[in-house]
Design a protein around this ligand. Structure first.
Ligand SMILES: Nc1ncnc2c1ncn2[C@@H]1O[C@H](COP(=O)(O)OP(=O)(O)O)[C@@H](O)[C@H]1O
Ligand SMILES: [Mg+2]
Length: 202
């Protein structure tokens, strides 16, 4: 059965769709990937034609997601706490929660994390991680943000993704791996590797 990575955060604009497409492109050389867009606004579904090598699937029933004939399914989710999330989480292997490093951004992930915790009581294999996205150049994490993140019950991933024009443009071009920004590509690759490590840790 396909491994399922779900990207979730109830806020819009934190990079869910951007990370979803770039992670999918990153894995596609080794694995057969499906990218499922459960956002009714269908941002990824709309760029389907631009990425013919990926199978991008519109909002589908959960059973359909599980039965997809792929090694890995990456699920992008809408910017609100959809009532479909609890069931989706139960069927996932890893939930990636992107956030910006602002105090209110980090506060806003708590309801998503609570849903993950709830799912983990029923699905003990379910792993999750927070990834800091859109980090401004030369800005470290402030002490308050670091402390706040540590108090969360979901681990913070080592990989941080910086605010980069190349990443903002990546969904309009061919993804970050084929673009001319090796630092951005390295960040996405590192994120992909870290997620795989978590999933395979058993
Ligand atoms: N690391 C990044 N650097 C620069 N821009 C980014 C980065 N990640 C996302 N963006 C931009 O931020 C905006 C929101 O990203 P998006 O993936 O649509 O978020 P979400 O799916 O969570 O609503 C988009 O314009 C996207 O291009
Ligand atoms: Mg989105």
């Amino acid at each position: 059965m396909a491994k399922i990575i779900t990207i979730a955060h109830q806020k819009g604009g934190v990079g869910k769709s951007t990370l979803a497409i770039n992670l999918a492109l990153c894995f596609q050389d080794q694995l057969s990937i499906a990218l499922v867009d459960t956002d009714l606004q269908g941002s990824l579904y709309h760029i389907k034609e631009d990425f013919p090598e990926l199978s991008i699937i519109g909002p589908d029933k959960l059973t359909a997601i599980q039965q997809l004939d792929h090694d890995l399914v990456i699920v992008d989710t809408p910017p609100y706490l959809s009532n479909k999330l609890p069931e989706l989480f139960l069927h996932s292997d890893f939930i990636l929660v992107p956030t910006k490093a602002g105090f209110f951004d980090v506060m806003a992930i708590r309801s998503t994390l609570a849903l993950i915790k709830e799912a983990q009581t029923q699905a003990p294999h379910l792993k999750a991680g927070i990834v800091l996205n859109m980090i401004k150049p030369r800005s470290g994490l402030t002490k308050d943000i670091a402390a706040l993140l540590e108090s969360m019950e979901v681990p913070l991933l080592k990989t941080r993704v910086h605010d980069r024009v190349s990443i903002a443009r990546s969904a309009m071009t061919t993804g970050i791996l084929n673009g001319g920004d090796p630092k951005a590509a390295a960040e996405i690759m590192a994120l992909a590797e870290e997620v795989v490590e978590h999933i395979s840790a058993g």
